[in-house]
Design a protein around this ligand. Structure first.
Ligand code: DX5
Ligand code: ZN
Length: 219
């Protein structure tokens, strides 16, 4: 079984960011997920490139930057320079999405696209060779700790079918409400990359235990 666990530092205790990331790394994290929110596309405001730069100083793990911002094309250079390995842009924020994905790749960063729960999978049909990863939001973006939307299981299945039909090698990532109760069905539906915030950083037995619980649920 091959998959990626990407802890989201949105749910980390920022007083101890270095230590919290180190615990995630020691606990078996594969990537570190950084949620960038602008208070415009989504209600919340979070991190900028400076946080990516700080995370890069703590770990050499791939940094996965999820841009929940308007006009993301204005900022991808700064995130690439800060150390992002993967940059994900929302379909809903990009009128020229193909160009935006291409410019991410031109910077030597792996391009990914993300769609909100209400955006149809069919929208991706023209693009399946332009991104390395498709992120299916399994909550409406903006906050950690929300409940998984059950309608998204079928959406993951339909995404997998579209990728197969169009001979795309892209992988499917999910983000929002991922925990020990939802992760297995998402894997069975075709997801291979799992972002989790509160299930990891909010686990009562600690960060490493949170990651272990997800591995165990996938067994
Ligand atoms: C939500 C963010 C997520 C968030 C997930 O808009 O994109 O990455 O951290 O948090 P949980 O896992 O708590 O739902
Ligand atoms: Zn995210």
């Amino acid at each position: 079984m091959s998959y990626i666990i990407a802890p989201s530092i949105l749910s980390a205790d920022l007083r101890y960011l270095e230590d919290q990331i180190q615990q995630a790394v020691d606990g078996g994290a594969d990537w570190i997920h950084v949620d960038v929110m602008d208070g415009s596309f989504v209600p919340n405001i979070t991190f900028g490139p400076n946080i990516v730069k700080a995370v890069r100083k703590v770990t050499q793990l791939p940094i996965d930057v999820h841009l929940m911002i308007v006009n993301p094309e204005r900022h991808i250079d700064a995130f690439a320079e800060a150390g992002a390995n993967h940059i994900t842009v929302h379909y809903e924020t990009c009128p020229h999405i193909q160009r935006t994905l291409e410019s991410i790749r031109d910077l030597g960063v792996s391009p990914a696209i993300v769609i909100n729960p209400g955006t149809p999978v069919s929208t991706l049909r023209e693009l399946t060779h332009d991104f390395d990863k498709i992120l299916i939001m399994t909550v409406n973006p903006g906050f950690g700790g929300q409940s998984f939307l059950p309608g998204m299981y079928d959406k993951i299945r339909r995404t997998k079918a579209l990728l197969e039909e169009t001979n795309s090698q892209a992988t499917i990532q999910i983000d929002g409400g991922v925990d020990k109760d939802t992760i297995k069905a998402c894997y069975q539906a075709g997801a291979r990359n799992f972002v989790a915030g509160s299930a990891i950083f909010g686990h009562q037995a600690g960060i490493a235990a949170g990651i272990t619980a997800l591995h165990e649920a996938l067994r």
